[in-house]
Ligand binder design. Structure first.
Ligand SMILES: C[S@@+](CC[C@H](N)C(=O)[O-])C[C@H]1O[C@@H](n2cnc3c(N)ncnc32)[C@H](O)[C@@H]1O
Length: 428
């Protein structure tokens, strides 16, 4: 029988070896009951949040290179160390579970070795906890950040990114009322932040379609648009539909396009629940733009595919699977999108570009290069006042008038994903 720890083992192994998002690996493990599912999620996410330190201490305990038969034992060590150091599982339970798992996944010689190493880790637990330096970023991830940020900022990003995110939601209307009903904090831009760890689908207003899950940062781009009632808006990479819902709630005539049928299914479910009815198109945006011969749109929202390196709080595995070359690959794709988008935006219309990447190559630098090539577009600077009515969110706005959020902003309230937004106007 497959138990929860074996599933956690498979998830860590597949994520690291195949450089996959945990969410994509998880999809294969749908047959777990709710309690086991919650345990697996917590175990795997906590392991990734502390893996750099766990790897460092394992180097003290395992001096020799693992031979071929023992290769998979490293994933067992990662999970077991996580339980010993961060989940306070009793030593006997850790030893019993992971030695048995080692017997199943490797062989009896390796399981003996696992037993010996884990006993040593248990003995030194108190010291190891004391010496924890909070390391989270891998060398490769540091390399991505060093392209754009100084040492002190990177340290602040690291500290904030390891925190578990709260649940943020966007409401259709009357945010203060829903903040009361859900016992949530009302953030300056009207996003609600919940400490609640219960089941989302059981919270008040979910089934009735009064709100949807959306990180504070992800909700900012659409807050830069006003007077959308009846305006033709193209949401170019729309699924699962957080921004589509915002656009619909503002009365826009929305076309939601995405290349992924699976993700569009999720978007459609969300729209049905919320009672919105955008036009949905499943197509590669690059083909759509090549073939485009209709009336241009008042607004094109390009929430471009990106490295997602701004979402570490939710996806700590990215620290181990993203490299500088992934950032470059996505930046090239974004450039292709941007080079084709102009004919879709009507004269005097708006192009709203955003990414959930922390790398400036996918944000500030991308847009500055675009503006140098496409003289018909100019920056339409964004202000804090538009986002929240006053200067409270001033630190999120760059000199040029872009939004650049970083995980340590609004730290007292629990931080935010890193995000970039540029609002550009096409010449009339
Ligand atoms: C950052 S997510 C979009 C999130 C969405 N805008 C929201 O707010 O919920 C990027 C999306 O781009 C889509 N995508 C990637 N390549 C694409 C392409 N060539 N054409 C259209 N959509 C694409 C992905 O399927 C993914 O759903």
């Amino acid at each position: 029988m497959t138990d929860a720890r074996e599933i956690a083992f498979e998830m860590i192994k597949n994520t690291l070896e195949q450089k996959m998002f945990l969410a994509d690996v998880k999809a294969k493990n749908q047959n777990l009951d709710a309690q086991d599912n919650a345990f697996v999620n917590m175990l795997v996410l906590t392991t990734f949040r502390h893996l750099t330190y766990i790897q460092k201490i394992l180097r003290q305990f395992i001096k020799k290179k693992l031979n071929a038969a023992a290769q998979d034992s490293k994933y067992i060590f990662y999970l077991a160390c996580c339980e010993i150091l961060y989940l306070d599982t009793p030593d006997y339970a850790v030893l019993n579970s992971y030695v048995n798992l080692a017997k199943k996944k490797t062989d009896k010689y390796v399981s003996g070795f696992v037993n010996a190493v884990l006993r040593n880790v248990c003995k030194q637990k108190a010291n190891l906890k004391k010496e924890d330096d909070g390391s989270f970023f891998s060398n490769e991830f540091f390399h991505i950040l060093k392209q754009n940020y100084g040492k002190k900022t990177i340290q602040k990003i690291q500290k904030a990114s390891v925190q578990e995110p709260s649940l943020d939601i966007s409401v259709k209307e009357d945010a203060p009322l829903w903040a009361q009903k859900l016992n949530a904090e009302l953030l300056p831009s009207q996003t609600l932040r919940l400490k609640n760890n219960g089941k989302i689908t059981e919270l008040a207003g979910y089934q009735e379609g009064k709100w949807w899950v959306q990180d504070f940062s992800a909700a900012l781009p659409v807050k830069c648009l006003s007077n959308l009632n009846g305006k033709k808006v193209l949401d170019m990479c729309a699924a699962p539909g957080g921004k589509t819902a915002q656009l619909c709630a503002l009365g826009a005539d929305v076309t939601a396009l995405d290349v992924s049928a699976l993700r569009l299914q999720k978007l459609q479910e969300n729209m049905n629940r919320l009672g919105f009815n955008p036009k949905v198109i499943c197509q590669d945006a690059l083909v759509y733009m090549d073939e485009f011969k209709q009336e241009p749109f008042d607004v094109v929202l390009l929430d471009a595919p990106c490295s997602a390196t701004g979402t570490l709080r939710r996806h700590p595995e990215l620290v181990y699977i993203k490299r500088e070359k992934d950032v470059e690959k996505q930046a090239q794709l974004q450039e292709m999108f941007l080079d084709k988008v102009s004919p879709l935006v009507k004269k005097g219309g708006i192009l709203l570009y955003c990414t959930c990447s922390i790398a400036k190559k996918e944000g500030e630098q991308q847009i500055n290069a675009f503006l140098a090539k496409h003289k018909e577009f100019k920056i339409m600077p964004i202000s804090s006042k538009e986002l929240c009515g006053d200067e409270t969110l001033g630190e999120l706005i760059t000199e040029e008038g872009f939004i650049r959020t970083l995980p340590f902003y609004m730290e007292k309230s629990g931080g935010m994903d890193a995000f970039f937004v540029a609002r550009l106007k096409k010449e009339a």
